[in-house]
Unconditional design. Sequence first.
Length: 530
Amino acid sequence: MNKELFNKCGLLVFLALTLLCINAYSQGFKIKEFRQNINDGSAFHAPLDAEGHPCGLIKIRTDNPDLQFKGNIVGDIENKMNEYWVFISPSSHSLTINHPNFIPFVVTFASFGIEISSKATYLLTLEETKFKKEKTGVTIIVKPESANLYIDDVLVDNLSGNGFYQLYLPKGEHVCKLSKLGYRPNVQVVQTGKSTQSISVDLESVMAEIEINCKSATAEIFVDGELKGNGTWKGELLAGEHKIEARQKNFNTHSQIVTLTEMENKVIVMPELKRSMGKLRIETEPSNLPIIIDGKSVGTSPCTVDVESGKHYVSCKSYGCVTSRSDVEVNGGETKTATFNILFENSYLKEVYQNAYRGNLNSVLKLVIISGYREDYDQALFWINRHPNKDYLIEHWCSYFWNGKTELDESDAYGWHRFTWIEIYSKAGNPEKALELYPIAKADAQSCGGSFSSDIEMMYIGDAFLKKKEYDKAIQCYKKADEWGFEGLGNCYEAKGDKQYAATYYKKWLNSTFCNNKQRIEIKLKELGF
């Protein structure tokens, strides 16, 4: 009950008691004296109220040991010999006095010209009156125990705390009203006389029953801001609107309004929560390194990626580098930065790799050449694709490789420079790109007065057609490759199902001075039955 309603009820009680006193009926007590005792310094060390003001002290003199008090009381009530000491906030206007057998007795300070002051002491003397024969004992038992009891519209405190009331009421008719939120009110008229009465009231619940299930079993269920459980909750709520929520760290909160009617039974199913989003920024030294998050390539460093909140597995793996790995946790709405200082495997090429990742053209070209020479075509293709100026690489491949220069001169160019690119694309499994460069290479070679028809060149063009399963075109190229084309011809005829021709060319390749895979060719011949 809020303070304003409490004071209104207190005023009603006071008026009712005043009328009873006029007719010589009391509630068991009457006020004999209420005044300030200016000579009493007992309140000098009074405690402070919630606003930090020193309290006033009311000394209540009575012989009755069963009194209880309600109001803006601070600290514990001291029960001294025939006297209660009650420290009360100076903002108080009334004090309620309770007894197990009587309707509450409300003392309104203004009615006695009293205004409570800090560190002031007041004396309140109560006098107990005798009951007249018209008083009747009434016992009232209430369920639920926390229901509110009103006698003739005056709220009666449940001092026992268990829904048991034992009152003495004047003879006559009294209205007994019981109420509690979520229950149907009960009103009875009680006729008191000479004999005692006993009333038992069990209020009917009109609460709605609700069951809440969330598909995210670990989510916390909140109802009107109060935590109810995890994943599921079942209970009673008042009719009306309620806000239900499912919350979980790193997930978006699901919230909805539910309207319930009296005695309704409702089941609510809340959807599975979706992870909240954050941003993960990856920085490396040197930069321009491939970044993988949770097994998926997301580009090169530095990069910023939208990710679900939670823990993510980040790795930085590339040619020449020692793989760096880290678990990074990102919260919803957060931008988390992870920095990697990259180590390199080969101390001799460390500087070359560092400069290449930083975009130095000469270093990139050097790694393309080294990779191609080692027949590491995937790495060669990696550096080709990373270079910002493909023509620069192509035009200077041969001058760099054959002339052994450490600094590139743009004047050094050859008409057949694209040959090595065709070789790399063909070996790296990109025959389309190799064949795309073929007519360009021929034109470049002719413009320089040369040709594009050497044995090895035609062998790689044949390899490209073979990978595309264009066997007849591959055979034409392999035949122009002379001795270098024997193995390719064997592969083409084997693919076409001509074992005889396949074996013929495999044998020629086996007897060639260029064959460096004799064991593999011998196995092929055995498989073909030769």
